[in-house]
Design a protein around this ligand. Structure first.
Ligand code: KIV
Ligand code: NA
Length: 248
């Protein structure tokens, strides 16, 4: 299992492959496939529970899924994604981050510019992955973020401050490639892109997009490597036929 320190040491040497997973079975598969890190994203609101917004899940759901992933991937660095409103104050963030660590997560992720949250978690020896650019918990549009020079400068400044506060990694979601490159060069932490261009220190993808679990459309910046939907559909069709033809 890679520690946050070992992940930091990969900067400039090799890329970090992060993927989301939410349950025991797929965590096992991700570990067998040597993913560097598994993110139990609050995207499980969408991918696993069918909600429109990540605001629809809280600590209860996140801890159930995170514990399941930790049981399936005991030798992989698992990141617990802190849900909407679970880190509104530094004290609340600490209380909830501890719960992720207690169920087996190696670090936690928070969205947005929150240096005071990173500080309190670091003081308590909890490793933190930041997340800038498009912030699904609070975004009102899915448009790319940081397109104007002014906005790019702001995000760069926020990234540098979060780095100085001690975050070991940072997801950069849906930003221009040039901004992904500027941030990656300006910080010592590991940048993890998702629609962040090709210059980040690593990449994250949503499991359902990468291996085609839910069918339907995937975001423009995602790549589909296989279709579990098609394989599983065929398997279930064969099963239904097996039963209807009285072969059991
Ligand atoms: O919840 C999630 O899956 C995420 C990734 C998109 C980074 O936050
Ligand atoms: Na998330």
């Amino acid at each position: 299992m890679l520690s946050a320190t070992q992940i930091l040491e990969c900067k400039g040497k090799r890329k970090i492959a992060q993927i989301t997973a939410y349950d025991y079975g797929f965590a096992k598969i991700a570990e067998a496939a040597h993913a560097d890190q598994i993110l139990v994203g609050d995207s499980l609101a969408n991918t696993m529970l069918g909600y429109k917004s990540t605001q629809s899940v809280g600590m209860n759901e996140m801890l159930i899924f995170t514990a399941a992933v930790c049981r399936g991937a005991p030798n992989t660095h698992v990141i617990g994604d802190m849900p909407y409103r679970s880190y509104e104050t530094p004290e609340l963030a600490l209380e909830n981050a501890k719960k992720f660590i207690d169920v087996g997560a190696s670090s936690v992720k928070i969205e947005g510019y929150k240096p005071e949250v990173v500080e309190i978690l670091r003081k308590n020896n909890i490793d933190v992955c930041a997340h800038l650019g498009l912030l699904p918990q609070t975004a009102t549009s899915l448009k790319q973020v940081g397109k104007t020079e002014e906005e790019a400068e702001r995000i760069l400044k926020e990234a540098i401050e979060m780095d100085q506060c001690g975050a070991y990694a940072m997801v950069l979601e849906h930003i221009p490639e040039s901004l992904g490159e500027r941030i990656t060069k300006a910080v010592k932490l590991i940048t993890i892109g998702i629609g962040g261009g090709s210059h980040t220190d690593g990449h994250v993808t949503v499991l359902q997009d990468a291996i085609g679990i839910n069918g339907g459309k995937i975001p423009p910046f995602a790549t589909k490597f296989c279709s579990v939907f098609d394989v599983a559909k065929k398997g279930i069709e064969d099963y239904v036929k097996f039963v209807h033809e009285e072969n059991f």
